[in-house]
Design a protein around this ligand. Structure first.
Ligand code: ATP
Ligand code: MG
Length: 396
């Protein structure tokens, strides 16, 4: 504007100005006018570029927003169609969101309710396990929770596992029946051998009635076979009653372990090294059942070593209230193909073995709330680790 005014002033004094000055003034005017036009054009280009950029950014923003909306819609549809119940509990413990499956499982009111109260309302029928809830209608629901990441609150996932649990129970029943059938036929086989041997020895006894020496020998053999039968039946009974501990009492672990070297004292070429890193621990147990289970592991080691080798027994307390007793021998170890089967009743690789030893060990240890594991590298011996809970009364 000022240039134009200046130009007007120049025009006003046109008549008085000398031609040279006039020309110069026009040139100046022209230069300023050109520069102005250039600036204007540049400004226009910039405005154009900015407008385009704005349009592009608006477009991408719109696309992003609609993609987000579509995603949210799809998630909503997915949640609505999900057969599992989903409940979102906010930082104040209130149900902020839930899908139709959750409403079907837990009933109304749900949204806006305190989650603790909803749980109290539905678990009135009882809790079947740590994560399974038995709902009033008889349905069993598995509950898992997950934190909401950075936000306070949690997502609760509810799965109707009524049918799964029913099938699992059915499968378990079938398994037990199959195992019982298998066991019955193995037992019949196991019992028949010592029984026919005893019958044979007794009929021999009749035929040598006058010979006191032979009578004594045959009677002794018959007695041995009958003892074997007795042991077999005792072990079967222990295995069959594996679900509970009979007559539990406070038992010092040291006392149970001290019996092992005593019992194997006759095996002169077999060395038992007892390393008790936590003496004085006590267990709540059936003394005889647990003592015989631990002795069984030592006997197996001795038998695997053919009576010549060594067994190291280590006791180590596991915090806070468990103890691990490990039996490590330097025998031949266990074939990889057999490790899966050694705890099965009647599985044996030993001539004269019944295959009940480890099955009984496992049943007894499990009944005491513990577990038994085996590690073995063939050719490098075997390790059996028994983990047991300590008594809550003492030994802590
Ligand atoms: N320490 C060990 N080293 C190598 N193999 C072992 C050891 N302990 C157990 N086994 C294997 O596991 C099998 C099953 O053991 P388990 O004690 O159940 O029965 P068993 O010793 O054969 O007979 P029994 O009923 O008389 O004890 C054994 O036959 C043997 O093959
Ligand atoms: Mg055995």
């Amino acid at each position: 504007m000022s240039v134009i005014c200046q130009g007007n002033r120049l025009m006003g004094s046109f008549e008085q100005a000398a031609p040279e000055e006039l020309l110069q003034a026009f040139r100046e005017f022209q230069r300023l006018s050109d520069s102005l036009s250039q600036s204007y054009a540049q400004l226009q280009r910039q405005v154009g570029a900015l407008t385009e950029e704005l349009a592009r950014s608006r477009e991408s923003h719109r696309a992003e927003t609609s993609a987000r909306l579509r995603l949210a819609q799809r998630l909503r549809q997915l949640l609505d169609a999900l057969p599992a119940g989903v409940v979102v509990v906010d930082g104040r413990g209130e149900v902020s969101e839930c899908n139709p499956a959750a409403v079907t499982l837990l009933g109304e009111p749900l949204k806006g309710e305190q989650w603790v109260q909803v749980v109290q309302r539905v678990v009135s029928a009882g809790e079947t396990s740590d994560c399974d809830l038995l709902l009033p209608g008889g349905r069993v629901v598995n509950v898992t929770t997950q934190a909401l990441g950075e936000e306070p609150g949690q997502i609760v996932l509810l799965q109707d596992v009524t049918e799964t649990r029913r099938l699992q129970q059915q499968l378990e029943r079938h398994r037990r029946l199959a195992a019982m059938g298998e066991m019955a036929s193995s037992l019949a086989h196991q019992v028949r051998t010592p029984l026919s041997a005893a019958v044979l020895q007794l009929s021999n006894l009749q035929s040598v009635a006058g010979d006191a020496d032979k009578v004594g020998r045959y009677a002794e053999k018959a007695k041995q076979r009958l003892h074997h039968l007795e042991r077999l039946i005792d072990e079967m009974l222990l295995f069959a009653g594996g679900g509970k501990v009979v007559d539990p009492e406070l038992v010092p672990l040291d006392e149970l372990l001290a019996r092992i070297p005593e019992a194997l004292a006759r095996e002169e070429a077999f060395r038992v090294v007892l390393e008790n890193r936590s003496p004085g621990l006590e267990l709540r147990a059936n003394r005889e059942a647990l003592a015989s289970a631990l002795l069984n592991l030592a006997l197996n080691a001795c038998q695997a070593c053919n009576g010549s080798g060594s067994l190291s027994i280590t006791v180590e307390r596991k915090e806070p209230d468990r103890v691990a007793v490990s039996f490590r021998d330097d025998g031949p170890g266990i074939d990889a193909a057999h490790t899966e089967r050694i705890f099965e009743p009647f599985f044996t690789t030993r001539a004269g073995g019944t295959g009940l030893g480890l099955a009984v060990v496992q049943a007894v240890v499990t009944a005491h709330g513990g577990e038994v594991r085996c590690h073995s590298v063939p050719g490098e011996g075997a390790s059996f680790i028994v983990e047991l809970p300590l008594s809550e009364e003492r030994g802590r």
